[in-house]
Design a protein. Sequence first.
Length: 646
Amino acid sequence: MTNERTNERLEEVSSHSLDITEQNIEKLKELFPEVLTEKKIDFDKLRLILGDEVETAPERYNFTWNGKKQAMQLAQQPTVATLKPNKAKSKNWDETQNLYIEGDNLEVLKILQKSYANKVKLIYLDPPYNTGHDFVYQDNFHDTIKNYLEETGQVDSDGHKYSHNSETSGRFHTDWLDMIYPRLKLGRNLLTDDGAIFVSIDDNEVDNLRKIMDEIFGEKNFLAMITVIVRPEGRHYGAFSKTHDFLLVYAKNADEVELNEIQPSGSEFKYTDEFGGFNLRDLRNQAPRLFNSRNRPNLRFPLWVNEGELNDNGFMPVSTVELDGWTEVWPIVVNGNESVYQWGRDKIANEINDVTARKGTDGVIRIYQKRRKITQKAKTLWTGAEFISNRGTKETQALFDGKTYFDFPKPVELIKRIAEISTNEDDIILDAFSGSGTTAEAVMRMNVEDGGNRRFIMVQLPEQLSEKDVAFKDGYKTIPEIAEERICRAGDKIVEENPLLADKLDIGFKVFELSKSNIKKWNAEPKDLNEQFELLANNFEEGSKSIDVVYEIMLKQGLDLTYPISEIKVGDAIVYDIAFGAMFVVLGDKITSEVAGHIMKQIADEEAENSVVVLQDEKFINDSEKLNTIEQLNASGIQYNDILSI
């Protein structure tokens, strides 16, 4: 009886990532509870409720390909995979808020759904362009983590990680679409409501990419297709000398997004006064043929200028009312058209501190606005030496003693420009095809410039290097190994350049590696009674450490991977305190109810609220001690459904 009661009270930690299908069904139930019939959705009722908004015609506007259904299902399919911490590869583990994740980004994006949904402000993607020479990810629709482990050599040392997507293949575009669709779908869930996604692409797939993003993000959330001049001299092959790549930009919600203006390179204020810097803009409307005294008579009137009060720049004060000794000034006449001002008399009076006058070399006095704004909206054509492809190559060469480890990595200034437009000081930036790690360096440099605390999450498949690669000969075996070293060196260089900020900058990162679950029963259901007994004796996979299990539980419960963790030994058990009492995880051997007292004390000391406790229940010395622990925790205010087991 005690055992039954105990098991009833202990819910298990969810074994898998967020079930997006289940989540979508719950949303439908909230909106239309009447469509629920015996715990299933009645689509005939749903059609009736939606009325004319349901498309039933056999011919309709649609973008599809052979395999789209499976790609959509792949995005919806939960995973039991996890991320294991690797402190040895990390930098400043205890202080940093940044993440570097080695693994197939499809699985990683699924794993991050609970912890980072609606938290990422900017997603930048630089996927394979599908040129016929680069690789595509080989997603297995049935078992993606098994597929990943095989392809990265963790299970089958003979497994090949990638395949070239030859242009002669009948599935040339299809394979690429199958790869990109679920990753975009999962990425959208991570964006904040005011977040944006920027995707680099070239001519090969830009049309298909835009159709997919129209579908996933919605056409109304399309913001721009930016042309980036990456090779001004052009590529000397093909019918035309190609000079550009594209950036497709979408908002999660265009009504919520607020993009920042940028300061054009070389722009600065030419003048200053007691209110700050400014530049001049003629207050007269510069299109007198279209706007003049005939159609805007209210905008043509005199102003008065004090010619006897000149400052060092020859500027004179302006008045909207006539004053003794002040000169009357009207907008000039151009080709017979009497010009008008851009502002009305009342606005000029209200903004008089930002209005001035100056006499030109032709002797004519003109009225000017003091423009105190030096920023402008980003344009859809990006040019400049800072954006060209070989700039990124030179930047990585400078960090690696002149050696070329990457072919045309993105330049830092390109990612900085993207971050400048779409993020503010405390935002999270995700790069799911992080390659050389340019985004990480760009984030660190942005924080230097504006004092921000942006955080990065880098995701990179651990692609094995060829023995012919220069980096391989220098001791690097995978792309993440080079990228992690690049981020380390870039961070050190930034601190060297800005020594006064050394204690303020976050130049570290925590490395996590994609892995199957640490919990045996989550990886496979036991086939017989002997296997069930084995799980009761030790439910952890061989090689799994307690801290690995803690991070897996954090992910399955939706906690941020950068939350602080402290641990204390209580008898033969270890109690892990996550985020100052947000969650406690109890692991170890011969667990007793003594852990309850420690947890209650920690909750009181840290003034924690709504704490969750996770117990390794098969390791209690007996059911009585487990039940006592649960009852003590509940008596102290922790709800039964917040006491979980693994």
